[in-house]
Design a protein. Sequence first.
Length: 166
Amino acid sequence: MSAEKLILEYLLEIKNKPAIKHMGIRLGFLRLPDFKYYKYQTLANRCSILKSRGCIKEVDGTYFITYKGEEFLNKKSRFSFKKFTTQKTDKDPKDLLVLYDVPEDKKAHRDWFRRELVNFNFIMIQRSVWVGPSPLPKEFTEYLKSIGLKDSVKTFKLEKGFNTTK
């Protein structure tokens, strides 16, 4: 879960509850915020970003979620990507080369794409160069088109399988 989503969900959850504050931050159950997995500086940076995007506002040192922040949270498609299965195993010849260049503003798409390549028994040669068994499932390539990644991904069929052992 991203720090931004965690912050927005927390602020939405406590939106209509009586405010209990410590150092300007509303506190929840046991008077502790649930930001235990993040460094202070990470949260401070993400709050600054959310504030500049208009997702949260600060009033008298207390942060509140805005309508735009609620809208951001409700965009489930932003955080939920379809999962695919394959009949290929790690024993199948790795004869498909996949190169991709997903823009920085689509980081969630890129992370999802990498997880799916691993799921399809691909191995990373370089950060955006992977090799694995061909072909990619047709539903997967259609889904890439529907989420706007088709032009960011190129595939090449190799004449012979990539040798993973030296």
